[in-house]
Ligand binder design. Structure first.
Ligand SMILES: [Fe+2]
Ligand SMILES: [Fe+2]
Length: 213
């Protein structure tokens, strides 16, 4: 029998997810790791640390994605929008899992501020959801567009020999573009320019910190 969840159930599930993800626990991906067949190349210490810093940013970004989607799903009014957000959120779990695996391979760790990234992003997602589905989808579309551009930048910044990280980011970029399209076709509003700028600034601060901490 299929179980239907109340808003309280969703909230409890979100808090449980938050605790698991913030603690750096490995989450299970539904799809195979895109780097699975890509051979590992041993990098020198400087390059390995640089690649780990970039992948830590991406892992932190995926924690934010989990929190944003959870916040938005908790407040979305339209069940169809809620279902679409859930499907995208499932793919973000794959991203989170792949980034964590890569961090492990690079002998590094997730951001120590993961609980902060999760809590802040959940609040922003819930606020966007409360503003109504059109604005919430608009926020989602803009986020995914910015993440796609950010990933293109990171793919260039990775050490040339780090083909395993690149394979993961390539697939993530494809997925994020799909999420933006989904938001658009579901009726996303266009966000005002100052809001987009603020989102870029916030993400920029988070990236600078997560590269190191
Ligand atoms: Fe993602
Ligand atoms: Fe996404």
């Amino acid at each position: 029998m299929e179980r239907s969840y109340s808003r309280l159930d969703h909230l409890i599930i979100s808090i449980d997810n938050a605790l698991r993800m913030s603690s750096g626990e490995t989450v299970e991906a539904k799809r195979a790791n895109p780097a699975a067949a890509v051979p590992e190349v041993v990098m020198d210490e400087t390059r390995r640390r640089h690649a780990a810093g970039l992948m830590r940013i991406n892992h932190a970004g995926e924690i934010c994605a989990q929190a944003l989607y959870a916040g938005q799903a908790a407040t979305a009014r339209n069940p169809e929008v809620q279902a679409e957000m859930q499907q995208a959120a499932d793919e973000e779990i794959d991203h989170l899992s792949w980034c964590k695996q890569r961090l492990d391979e690079l002998e590094s760790r997730p951001s120590l501020l993961a609980p902060l990234w999760y809590a802040g992003s959940f609040a922003i997602g819930a606020a966007a959801g409360l503003a109504g589905d059109g604005w919430s989808l608009g926020f989602l579309k803009e986020t995914e567009n910015q993440v796609e551009a950010h990933l293109a930048n990171h793919i260039e910044k990775l050490p040339a020999e780090d083909a395993r990280s690149r394979a993961i980011l390539d697939q993530m970029k494809i997925d994020e573009a799909k999420h933006a399209k989904m938001a658009e076709s579901s009726g996303a509003f266009d966000l005002p320019q100052p809001v987009r700028k603020l989102m870029k600034l916030t993400a920029g601060g988070m990236k600078a910190i997560a590269y190191r901490v």
